[in-house]
Ligand binder design. Sequence first.
Ligand SMILES: *Cc1c(COP(=O)(O)O)cnc(C)c1O
Length: 344
Amino acid sequence: MVRPVIGHRGPAMEALMERVQPRLRQLFRTARPVYVSTSSATGLMESAIRNCAPQRVLSLVCGAFSERFYKIAVACGREADRIDVDFGESNEPGQLIDALGGGGYDAVTVVHSETSTGVLNPLGEIAAAVREASPGTLVLVDCVTSLAATPVEVDDWGLDFALTGSQKGMALPPGLAFGVASQRAYERSLETPGRGLYFSFEAFEGAVARNQTANTPAASLLYALDVQLERIEAEGLEARWARHRAMAERTWAWVDEMREGRGLDLRVLAAEGRRSPSVTCVAVPEGLSGVEITRRMAERGYTIASGYGKLKESTFRIGHMGDHTIEELDALLEELASVITGRG
Ligand SMILES: *Cc1c(COP(=O)(O)O)cnc(C)c1O
């Protein structure tokens, strides 16, 4: 990233864009072009709404990021409805069949791995349920903490738009976002009025076809992307998923050991079978504070996060994603145990 910036209409940049495209498609498990956006992930959430949903949106809400998708739809002037579950619970296919029965939704929004609660929604089943109940409704998915961490089968699951940001599962610095639209979502976008320009699928699609970006890209971040995609390929996508799975299981086992071995009532907020492989949200008993635990870990050189929104004090979150290793995680969990039992 410290290399000099190259001209974005020159052959060196075209070669770079040509090199990253097949690797991005492997990551998204798609044959469709992958859009490269100079924005954070939220930019492509907004892009999804503006291109795919001219009028009505149904948002599945199970935490702060899935609620953001709903708020974006409202902010873009869409008529948006939401189906809420309690924080810590998952969105399930059965919940939306009735709502979709009436038809008329252009799109459903869903977050695969809800980072605020550590819940992994059953995305393949949700997409299949939407397709069955309302075939014309597009499925728009935030895969920010699932892509490159756990299986996301864009083509096989029939996802109409799947997006991620650079700084979570892909372990790059922040500032880029990536998305892939199904052929039918792309075609829908061409007929959607007011879709804007910077985030229009048409602009992205044209740019990929020319091995370019529509506007000036964050060239330094693209250098990093080029290297990181090579590293992900070298590790192997399946191996990367397995490493995330192993880190998550280690964390859950640690929570159980704290409860059963040391008598501290810690619990993984998400139910078994619906836990994210990349982030664990741990509920703490009365008398312990997520904010305080996070602060004390920071003093010891470890970054974890307190809970989100109303869960701020009653939970903390451990991100075990990207390029982290089991060894690093073990060191963190050991320190965390001493912080928590020290307060006792
Ligand atoms: C971090 C995150 C986002 C937002 O990403 P930005 O890069 O800050 O725009 C969206 N969704 C999920 C699930 C996230 O974890």
